[in-house]
Write a new protein. Structure first.
Length: 52
């Protein structure tokens, strides 16, 4: 079964999409949360003055 997460992260000016079909559906929410936290922590903060 497919499991996916779409995260819109305005503070980082980013979109994060994670998708899996590996069969470990019960473990996916925790694994995705950990992965997303790791990725987002590495992104720079959005420049709010840009595009003004």
């Amino acid at each position: 079964m497919w499991y996916s997460v779409l995260m819109l992260i305005p503070s980082k000016n980013a979109v994060l999409v994670i998708v899996t079909n590996d069969g470990y559906l019960n473990e996916a929410p925790q694994a995705f949360a950990e992965l997303a936290e790791s990725i987002v922590s590495e992104l720079p903060t959005a420049d709010k003055t840009r595009n003004q």
